[in-house]
Design a protein around this ligand. Structure first.
Ligand code: DGL
Length: 273
């Protein structure tokens, strides 16, 4: 029986996480779903992101998944807690849904010497204050500076991440972040789309500031999670197979996906809800 790990994002961004999961857990099967037809999620309300994400989680369960990773900060920030606390106990008490904010917060403070970290994220993630709350649990003395970057996901989803327009918006949001504090020495790209802008961001960073992406961190955390929960790991099928789905046009998804995933893929269309 096929029981892949579900990997979800509003669009293409979760592919930057899946790429690392495949590196660190190559034997597992995965099913990726990008809700491209309704992306971006970053500016949508709590209720809408929760409703869309819950529809996706049900879709993964219907497709055999026992474990789903919300490879999207916005969905993790706005939907994960409700899904874990309200929906899972009724829907599927033995299944698990994990996010990307907690594993990132667990290690982020270790990168900083100054005690000031920057979180660059969608407006939704910033407004939820999820990073502030999670970081306070693991690194109570670290000061978290948040910066919403509402133009970055639209630029990236539209394939405009290597243009002068992207340079302009990278500078704008970095300037805004550093105007909060000159002591920031670590920046987390707290949106799974942002690694595509990493070269441009790195080129504009002050010397000595570290840029952290989430893929490796989330993958390392999942490796540990599965070691600590063999009962969950046993329910995952392991044929090294990955299937890709989008709620929008499959051909368009195939064209854009390789920039995020690092190799060509074949995609299928699906409808949610
Ligand atoms: N990639 C998603 C994230 O990590 C969200 C992008 C969006 O749909 O706004 O936050």
């Amino acid at each position: 029986m096929s029981a892949p790990i579900g990997v979800f994002d509003s669009g293409y961004g979760g592919l930057t996480i899946l790429k690392e999961l495949k590196k660190q857990l190559p034997q597992h099967d995965y099913i990726y779903l990008g809700d491209n037809a309704r992306a971006p999620y970053g500016s949508r309300s709590f209720e809408t992101v929760y409703q869309y994400t819950l529809e996706a989680v049900k879709w993964f369960f219907d497709n055999g998944c026992s474990l789903v990773v919300l490879a999207c900060n916005t969905a993790s920030a706005k939907a994960l807690r409700n899904i874990q606390q309200l929906d899972l106990p009724i829907l599927a008490p033995h299944k698990r849904v994990l996010g990307v904010i907690r594993p990132s917060s667990e290690v982020l403070g270790n990168y900083s010497v100054s005690g000031h970290v920057g979180i660059m994220a969608t407006s939704g993630t910033v407004q939820s204050e999820s990073y502030i709350m999670e970081m306070a649990k693991f690194f109570p003395t670290i000061k978290v500076h948040q910066q919403a970057c509402p133009m970055w996901v639209p630029l990236i989803e539209n394939g405009e991440y290597d243009t002068p327009g992207a340079d302009y918006y990278v500078k704008q949001y970095l300037d805004q972040l550093f105007s909060q504090s000159k002591d920031i020495d670590t920046i987390l790209l707290a949106c799974t789309h942002y690694p595509l802008l990493a070269p441009k961001i790195a080129a504009q960073l002050p010397n000595g500031v570290k840029l952290v992406s989430q893929g490796e961190i989330v993958a390392e955390s999942l490796v540990k999670y599965l070691q600590n929960h063999p009962e969950i790991d046993q329910n995952c099928s392991k044929n090294g197979k990955i299937d890709f789905f989008t709620t929008d046009n499959a051909k368009t998804f195939e064209k854009q996906a390789s920039a995020f995933f690092g190799q060509k893929i074949a995609a299928n269309h699906t409808d949610l809800a």
